[in-house]
Design a protein around this ligand. Structure first.
Ligand code: MN
Length: 228
Protein backbone atom coordinates (compact mmCIF):
# COMPACT_ATOMS: atom_id res chain seq x y z
CA UNK A 1 0.00 0.00 0.00
CA UNK A 2 1.21 3.50 -0.80
CA UNK A 3 2.18 5.49 2.25
CA UNK A 4 1.21 9.07 3.00
CA UNK A 5 4.07 11.49 2.34
CA UNK A 6 3.20 13.19 5.64
CA UNK A 7 0.76 12.46 8.45
CA UNK A 8 -2.82 12.96 7.21
CA UNK A 9 -4.79 15.68 8.98
CA UNK A 10 -6.92 14.69 11.96
CA UNK A 11 -10.69 14.45 11.96
CA UNK A 12 -12.65 17.46 13.25
CA UNK A 13 -15.30 16.33 15.70
CA UNK A 14 -18.08 17.78 17.85
CA UNK A 15 -18.73 16.24 21.28
CA UNK A 16 -22.17 14.65 21.60
CA UNK A 17 -24.05 15.39 24.80
CA UNK A 18 -24.23 12.09 26.68
CA UNK A 19 -21.00 10.78 25.18
CA UNK A 20 -19.13 10.19 21.96
CA UNK A 21 -17.80 12.39 19.18
CA UNK A 22 -19.57 13.36 15.95
CA UNK A 23 -16.94 13.28 13.16
CA UNK A 24 -17.39 16.23 10.81
CA UNK A 25 -17.33 15.65 7.05
CA UNK A 26 -18.51 18.97 5.58
CA UNK A 27 -20.09 22.16 6.89
CA UNK A 28 -22.88 23.60 4.73
CA UNK A 29 -24.51 26.95 5.49
CA UNK A 30 -27.84 28.36 4.31
CA UNK A 31 -27.90 32.02 3.30
CA UNK A 32 -30.79 34.41 4.04
CA UNK A 33 -33.17 32.16 5.97
CA UNK A 34 -34.88 34.66 8.31
CA UNK A 35 -36.83 37.53 6.73
CA UNK A 36 -35.75 40.17 9.28
CA UNK A 37 -32.07 39.36 8.70
CA UNK A 38 -32.56 39.55 4.91
CA UNK A 39 -34.04 43.03 5.43
CA UNK A 40 -31.22 44.21 7.72
CA UNK A 41 -28.73 43.15 5.01
CA UNK A 42 -30.62 45.27 2.47
CA UNK A 43 -32.29 42.32 0.69
CA UNK A 44 -35.82 41.34 -0.25
CA UNK A 45 -37.11 38.44 1.84
CA UNK A 46 -39.57 37.17 -0.76
CA UNK A 47 -39.14 33.44 -0.90
CA UNK A 48 -36.24 32.98 -3.31
CA UNK A 49 -34.70 29.53 -3.73
CA UNK A 50 -32.36 28.68 -0.83
CA UNK A 51 -28.65 29.05 -1.54
CA UNK A 52 -25.67 27.48 0.16
CA UNK A 53 -22.04 28.13 0.93
CA UNK A 54 -19.56 26.02 2.89
CA UNK A 55 -16.91 26.15 5.55
CA UNK A 56 -14.08 23.64 5.83
CA UNK A 57 -14.54 20.97 8.52
CA UNK A 58 -11.42 22.18 10.31
CA UNK A 59 -12.96 25.66 10.82
CA UNK A 60 -14.77 24.08 13.78
CA UNK A 61 -14.30 25.56 17.28
CA UNK A 62 -15.67 23.27 19.99
CA UNK A 63 -17.78 24.28 23.01
CA UNK A 64 -16.01 26.59 25.43
CA UNK A 65 -12.86 26.98 23.31
CA UNK A 66 -11.64 30.47 22.42
CA UNK A 67 -12.06 31.91 18.92
CA UNK A 68 -8.99 33.79 17.70
CA UNK A 69 -9.86 37.11 16.00
CA UNK A 70 -9.09 36.36 12.34
CA UNK A 71 -6.70 38.28 10.10
CA UNK A 72 -7.71 40.42 7.09
CA UNK A 73 -10.83 41.96 8.67
CA UNK A 74 -11.89 44.83 10.86
CA UNK A 75 -15.56 43.81 10.88
CA UNK A 76 -15.98 40.30 12.31
CA UNK A 77 -19.70 39.55 12.78
CA UNK A 78 -21.59 36.92 14.76
CA UNK A 79 -24.44 34.94 13.18
CA UNK A 80 -26.27 32.74 15.69
CA UNK A 81 -27.72 29.59 14.04
CA UNK A 82 -29.38 26.22 14.53
CA UNK A 83 -27.00 23.50 13.34
CA UNK A 84 -28.33 20.22 11.93
CA UNK A 85 -26.06 17.17 12.26
CA UNK A 86 -26.61 14.59 9.51
CA UNK A 87 -26.29 10.98 10.64
CA UNK A 88 -27.31 9.22 7.46
CA UNK A 89 -26.38 10.48 4.00
CA UNK A 90 -28.28 10.41 0.76
CA UNK A 91 -29.22 12.12 -2.48
CA UNK A 92 -32.67 13.25 -3.62
CA UNK A 93 -33.99 12.92 -0.09
CA UNK A 94 -37.67 13.68 0.02
CA UNK A 95 -39.00 16.17 2.50
CA UNK A 96 -41.28 13.66 4.23
CA UNK A 97 -38.28 11.47 5.16
CA UNK A 98 -35.66 14.21 5.60
CA UNK A 99 -35.69 14.12 9.40
CA UNK A 100 -34.78 10.40 9.37
CA UNK A 101 -31.35 11.58 8.17
CA UNK A 102 -30.76 13.83 11.20
CA UNK A 103 -28.56 12.57 14.02
CA UNK A 104 -29.04 15.64 16.20
CA UNK A 105 -28.86 19.39 16.62
CA UNK A 106 -26.55 22.02 18.07
CA UNK A 107 -26.28 25.76 18.53
CA UNK A 108 -23.57 27.37 16.42
CA UNK A 109 -22.06 30.60 15.16
CA UNK A 110 -21.44 31.37 11.49
CA UNK A 111 -18.64 33.89 12.07
CA UNK A 112 -18.35 36.24 9.10
CA UNK A 113 -15.74 38.73 7.90
CA UNK A 114 -18.49 41.18 6.90
CA UNK A 115 -16.16 43.65 5.19
CA UNK A 116 -14.76 40.91 2.93
CA UNK A 117 -18.28 39.62 2.24
CA UNK A 118 -19.47 43.10 1.26
CA UNK A 119 -16.60 43.57 -1.21
CA UNK A 120 -17.10 40.03 -2.60
CA UNK A 121 -20.82 40.72 -3.16
CA UNK A 122 -20.01 43.99 -4.88
CA UNK A 123 -17.42 42.40 -7.16
CA UNK A 124 -19.53 39.26 -7.81
CA UNK A 125 -16.80 37.11 -6.26
CA UNK A 126 -17.05 33.96 -4.08
CA UNK A 127 -17.77 34.18 -0.34
CA UNK A 128 -15.14 31.63 0.71
CA UNK A 129 -12.73 34.09 2.30
CA UNK A 130 -15.53 35.91 4.13
CA UNK A 131 -17.16 32.74 5.48
CA UNK A 132 -14.74 29.80 5.37
CA UNK A 133 -11.74 31.16 7.26
CA UNK A 134 -9.97 29.41 10.15
CA UNK A 135 -11.99 29.19 13.39
CA UNK A 136 -15.14 30.48 11.64
CA UNK A 137 -17.48 27.80 13.04
CA UNK A 138 -17.86 27.71 16.83
CA UNK A 139 -20.40 24.94 17.49
CA UNK A 140 -21.76 23.71 20.83
CA UNK A 141 -22.21 20.08 21.80
CA UNK A 142 -24.65 18.07 19.68
CA UNK A 143 -27.86 16.87 21.29
CA UNK A 144 -29.16 13.66 19.69
CA UNK A 145 -32.60 13.83 18.07
CA UNK A 146 -33.30 10.58 19.92
CA UNK A 147 -33.24 12.70 23.11
CA UNK A 148 -34.62 16.10 22.08
CA UNK A 149 -36.73 15.26 19.02
CA UNK A 150 -36.83 17.64 16.04
CA UNK A 151 -37.36 21.24 17.18
CA UNK A 152 -39.29 23.38 14.66
CA UNK A 153 -39.89 26.27 17.04
CA UNK A 154 -38.26 27.77 20.12
CA UNK A 155 -36.30 30.84 21.16
CA UNK A 156 -32.92 31.31 19.49
CA UNK A 157 -30.82 33.91 21.25
CA UNK A 158 -27.27 35.27 21.37
CA UNK A 159 -25.81 37.34 24.18
CA UNK A 160 -22.55 39.24 23.84
CA UNK A 161 -21.01 40.12 27.22
CA UNK A 162 -24.35 39.30 28.86
CA UNK A 163 -26.39 41.60 26.62
CA UNK A 164 -28.94 40.16 24.14
CA UNK A 165 -27.86 40.87 20.55
CA UNK A 166 -29.95 38.38 18.55
CA UNK A 167 -33.34 37.01 19.57
CA UNK A 168 -35.85 35.21 17.38
CA UNK A 169 -37.68 31.92 17.01
CA UNK A 170 -36.83 28.84 14.94
CA UNK A 171 -40.35 28.96 13.51
CA UNK A 172 -39.35 32.10 11.59
CA UNK A 173 -36.98 30.23 9.31
CA UNK A 174 -38.02 30.76 5.67
CA UNK A 175 -36.88 27.23 4.73
CA UNK A 176 -37.60 24.56 7.36
CA UNK A 177 -35.05 21.89 8.26
CA UNK A 178 -36.77 19.15 6.16
CA UNK A 179 -37.04 21.53 3.17
CA UNK A 180 -33.38 22.51 3.51
CA UNK A 181 -32.18 18.88 3.70
CA UNK A 182 -34.33 17.90 0.71
CA UNK A 183 -33.14 20.86 -1.38
CA UNK A 184 -29.44 20.46 -0.49
CA UNK A 185 -29.54 16.71 -1.22
CA UNK A 186 -30.62 17.51 -4.78
CA UNK A 187 -27.46 19.65 -5.20
CA UNK A 188 -24.87 17.34 -3.60
CA UNK A 189 -24.74 13.97 -1.90
CA UNK A 190 -25.16 14.45 1.83
CA UNK A 191 -22.97 12.24 3.99
CA UNK A 192 -22.98 11.12 7.60
CA UNK A 193 -20.96 13.75 9.44
CA UNK A 194 -22.27 16.73 7.50
CA UNK A 195 -23.34 19.79 9.46
CA UNK A 196 -25.86 22.28 8.11
CA UNK A 197 -25.93 25.78 9.60
CA UNK A 198 -29.49 26.92 8.92
CA UNK A 199 -29.14 30.70 8.74
CA UNK A 200 -29.23 33.56 11.21
CA UNK A 201 -32.00 35.83 12.48
CA UNK A 202 -31.64 39.61 12.67
CA UNK A 203 -29.27 41.43 15.02
CA UNK A 204 -25.91 40.51 13.49
CA UNK A 205 -23.14 42.89 14.58
CA UNK A 206 -19.42 43.22 15.07
CA UNK A 207 -17.41 41.68 17.90
CA UNK A 208 -13.97 42.56 19.21
CA UNK A 209 -11.26 40.74 21.15
CA UNK A 210 -12.39 40.07 24.71
CA UNK A 211 -16.08 39.66 23.83
CA UNK A 212 -17.85 36.64 25.32
CA UNK A 213 -20.46 35.09 23.00
CA UNK A 214 -23.14 32.94 24.60
CA UNK A 215 -25.82 31.52 22.35
CA UNK A 216 -28.70 29.27 23.23
CA UNK A 217 -31.63 27.64 21.51
CA UNK A 218 -34.46 26.51 23.77
CA UNK A 219 -34.84 22.76 23.55
CA UNK A 220 -31.57 22.35 21.63
CA UNK A 221 -28.50 23.56 23.46
CA UNK A 222 -25.91 26.29 23.73
CA UNK A 223 -22.64 27.58 22.34
CA UNK A 224 -20.06 29.61 24.20
CA UNK A 225 -16.82 31.17 22.97
CA UNK A 226 -14.59 34.12 23.80
CA UNK A 227 -12.96 36.18 21.04
CA UNK A 228 -9.22 36.39 21.73
MN1 MN B 1 -25.13 32.52 8.34
Amino acid sequence: MEHYVFAPPGVSAVPVSGGGLFPVRRIFCVGRNYAEHVREMGGDPSREEPFFFTKPADALVTEGSATPYPPATSDLHHEMELVVAIGMGGTDIDEAHALDHVFGYAAGLDMTRRDLQASAKKAGRPWDMSKGFDHSAPIGDILPAATIGHPASGLIELKVNGKVRQSSDLSKMIWSVPETIAYLSRQVRLGAGDLIMTGTPEGVAAVVRGDLLEGMIVGVGSVRTKIV
